[in-house]
Design a protein around this ligand. Sequence first.
Ligand code: DGL
Length: 263
Amino acid sequence: MAKIGVFDSGVGGLTILKKLMDEFPLEEFIYLGDTARLPYGSKSPETIRKYCEQVMSFLIQQKVDAIVIACNSASTQVPEKEWQGIPVFNVIDPGTESALKISKTLRIGLLGTRATVGSNVYHDRILKLSPDAKVFSQSCPLFVPLAEEGWIDDPITNLVVFRYIQPIITQGIDTLILGCTHYNLLANSIDRAIRSSHLEIQIADSAQALADALKNEFDSGRLQYAKKASLRILMTDESKHTNEWTQKILGLNLSENFETVVL
Ligand code: DGL
């Protein structure tokens, strides 16, 4: 029986959790949002690494069989594929693979937090797999607060998105990586900005690629399918707003499932 621990700095990783719950409807999931220390994306690599180690150790105490780092900023600081003997999945490898699969021109745009863009991890992994690729990166520090606030499809969000996205769209990219799980929540505004440019740009779907990677683990027998779905939502700082927004993202009524934890 596999219990999968999924973590992010806040609610952004719930977009990944939702995908995994849709793909594996009978699995046991524990989600941890480190809301007390959000944002990760403006912190130093050392601090992000320390937070990741604390969260992964906590999840292992909860007896998870696999850890999904559903946060790009966190993923940049955890190159390991295993932590204390437990398989670890990040969101950067699937995002990279998905982008390279769909890009025809190998001109790839990356939107991410300052930590993710500054780490060059996407850039280096893309070039390792495809040395002819060109990566155009843009950090978008205002996106995370807009997503946490739930301002999706809001005129202010549309403006901010347009302002950040414009410089990389004009580089003639054909593929865009949303290198921060919070940005999935702003997908409508991002789509709108792309459409207004009249360019053909596809968005790399790292959630689907991650689900495929996990499916391989189940198929190979490294992870055993659970038989009964269960979900715990843990936050390091809980609020009514976070709980409501969580339920909206997951499309579920979860009032019983919230717990606050101290790491
Ligand atoms: N959701 C996180 C990511 O994918 C970033 C949010 C934050 O800055 O904490 O990078």
